[in-house]
Design a protein around this ligand. Sequence first.
Ligand code: SAH
Ligand code: SF4
Length: 368
Amino acid sequence: MSPRWDAPAPEAGPASRPNAAGLTRAALGDLLVSLGEPAWRGRQLFSGLLRQRWTRWEAFSNLSKPLRARLEAEVDLHWPTIVQSQASADGSTKHLFGLADGHQIEGVHMPYEDRVTLCLSSQVGCAMGCTFCATGQMGILRNLSAAEIVGQVVAMLIHHGHPADRPINLVFMGMGEPLHNLDHLMTAFEVLTDPEGLAIPPRRITVSTSGLVSGIDRLASYPRRPRLALSLNATTDEHRSRIMPVNRVWNLEALAEALGRFPLQSGERITLEYVLLKGVTDSLEDGRRLAAYARRFPSKVNLIPFNAHEGSGFLPPDEARIRALCGLLADAGITVSVRRSRGQDVAGACGQLVRPKSPRMAPSGDED
Ligand code: SAH
Ligand code: SF4
């Protein structure tokens, strides 16, 4: 299969009116200036959108009535809407979001004692074509806009009545390859980390990539850069290229070099996600090579037992093998965890989404 990610992904069609949702504080200021208002009112708009999470112009009690009427007439306030929610016995909820053009994406809300973790999508479908992943088999339909990325967060916080003081972790492990949509992702980061909005610290945001080295290098230079997770998933180029076509462009060596030059803060580590496919990527030899790879830069390993989905042709590993690999890595001095996918009873785990209308899953827990 030839790579399909060397070209930009398609974008949402042009909108007839500006949409205030998903704009940075500065862009909202510009929008108000274009309506003849002072730029500083952009802060009131921003706080109304992200802090108060008002979803209709008439609710903006911090703006004058005439301005609200003007906004109503000229500017959209359009977040993605939750069209279906499935609660899992473990407390997590998988949400299906409807987008303006009829596409659907998924996000997962996972409450923990001291925080909530939201798993987000970055694209409709995915261009990377990983053979074990249901989203990969859909192909790429389009990038999500910044409003659609931020909107998953806002809609889930509204739905769950999120208290203002509860920490939020974000993981980009839903549909799509985030580094294939880096421009919109960076705008979304600017909105999500803004101290006058949700103020989510960049260290609480994790971007998971299949290994686009060009994107990793770009992300490295971003001032409010999130944490990085790499979906390694195999330990030889032969195996990795077979299940992850991107490896034919940037192989394991190129990836290790990119991760080695990624500027980490003190104590920060790169998460290596490793999907265990029975008989394909779960040998003890794989475990030894994984340990050697993980030692090349500050890292920790997250083993992910394969979540079976129809027609994949892969099987989950045996429990005994998961334990053996975990022990092998721990003995080699590697920090290792096993991701027990949350929401499996509602098909809410990584890589189970087949079609927008048939619930897929997002990942499980946190990296930390
Ligand atoms: N595209 C990005 C982020 C989304 S995929 C990436 O690939 O990193 C999130 C994680 O789910 C990745 O680590 C991926 O390897 C894993 N995954 C995909 N399909 C899976 C499946 N069926 N079972 C278990 N993990 C899967
Ligand atoms: Fe895309 Fe990630 Fe699935 Fe690969 S594993 S096809 S990169 S979503």
